[in-house]
Write a protein that binds this ligand. Structure first.
Ligand SMILES: Cc1cc2nc3c(=O)[nH]c(=O)nc-3n(C[C@H](O)[C@H](O)[C@H](O)COP(=O)(O)OP(=O)(O)OC[C@H]3O[C@@H](n4cnc5c(N)ncnc54)[C@H](O)[C@@H]3O)c2cc1C
Length: 300
């Protein structure tokens, strides 16, 4: 059994930023991660849009966030939080894959993962042309032809973003109709450099071993392409807390102070309802969550 003032669950950019702010404010902080500090940063080969940081690797950024948090006194642990119990105001117990941890406040920063398409070549070409984030990777394919798969708001919004920087964008969607808002559908259909392949799915993503060169559809059509952007859903890591806080489409509902429906339990980063999921927004959420946890504890 361990005790701390603030328990941070997840050591991605949101969790490490929250832990750093909370420890620097004088609280005892445990930050625990089921895998390794860094979260999704560990999958980013090159990141070039984190403010103040010219091109760097996700690993290097993760390492410096962790070092900074530890320098302010954060204790990093490696365990998965399986459930949270609230025993009273300022009295939480987290059950983990190792020991129980008591805390006055909890910051849930467990992130999210992108749903994969499951087609041939997808795993092999991740980071070599297969991407799940247009803002992150689109600029690497400036002036080239790319394929987008998906039919919801994210797929169409990101296809419109890509159409501004890529020469041609082909949207592949397994149904005959998009699910996205009508306004987005109208914009997509009006764009000269966006082509539609409806009622089909992606059979394989092909390449030369180093980069993507084409995408083959289920009807056998092969589309020359430098990238495949997959937007078929995001899965938030909320399984362990789904019965104690309000969710929206699986994401934790949090206000702009990162407060959830459960007082003393805050959410930050990709795991919460937010219009934009990036490293900088996750880090910002973490700082706000630590500030709100401070306010909560001071008012106990
Ligand atoms: C391939 C790729 C490229 C990207 N490129 C960019 C980019 O160029 N620029 C950009 O700004 N963003 C980019 N992103 C998005 C960015 O990485 C995320 O928005 C950001 O990492 C979210 O941070 P987070 O801390 O909220 O969550 P995460 O980074 O997902 O971290 C969550 C952590 O919580 C841990 N965890 C989950 N459940 C539990 C549990 N029950 N108990 C304990 N620990 C748990 C996980 O192991 C993980 O380490 C990219 C993402 C990917 C996948």
């Amino acid at each position: 059994m361990a005790d701390c003032d603030i328990l941070v669950v997840g050591c991605g950019p949101a969790g490490l930023s929250a832990a750093q702010y909370a420890a620097r404010a004088g609280y005892s902080v445990i930050a625990t991660d089921a895998l390794a500090p860094g979260g999704q940063l560990l999958y980013i080969d090159e990141i070039e849009n984190y403010p103040g940081q010219e091109k760097t690797s996700g690993y290097a950024l993760a390492e410096s966030l962790e070092k900074q948090a530890v320098s302010f006194g954060v204790t990093i642990e490696f365990s998965e939080v399986t459930s949270i119990e609230k025993k009273g105001e300022g009295a939480f117990t987290a059950h983990t894959s190792s020991e129980d941890i008591n805390a006055k406040a909890i910051i849930w920063a467990a992130g999210a993962r992108h749903r994969e398409l499951g087609c041939e070549g997808e795993k092999e070409y991740q980071g070599k042309g297969v991407s799940y984030c247009a803002t992150c990777d689109g600029p690497f394919f400036r002036g080239e032809d790319v394929v987008v798969v998906g039919g919801g708001d994210t797929a169409l919004t990101d296809a419109l973003y890509l159409a501004k920087i890529c020469s041609k964008v082909t949207i592949v969607h397994r149904r005959g109709e998009f699910r996205a808002q009508k306004v987005l559908q109208d914009r997509v259909r009006a764009k000269e450099n966006i082509a539609l392949e409806l009622g089909k799915n992606v059979r394989s993503v092909n390449g030369d071993g180093k980069k993507v060169t084409s995408v083959t559809l289920t009807d056998g059509t092969e589309i020359p392409s430098s990238a495949l952007f997959v937007f078929v859903g995001v899965i938030p890591n909320t399984e362990a807390v789904k019965d104690i806080v309000d969710l929206e489409d699986g994401f934790i509902k949090a206000d702009d102070a990162m407060r959830t429906s459960l007082p003393g339990f805050f959410a930050a980063g990709d795991v919460r309802t937010t219009p934009f999921r990036q490293v900088v927004t996750a880090a910002g959420d973490g700082a706000v969550a630590a500030h709100s946890a401070d306010h909560y504890i001071q008012n106990l």
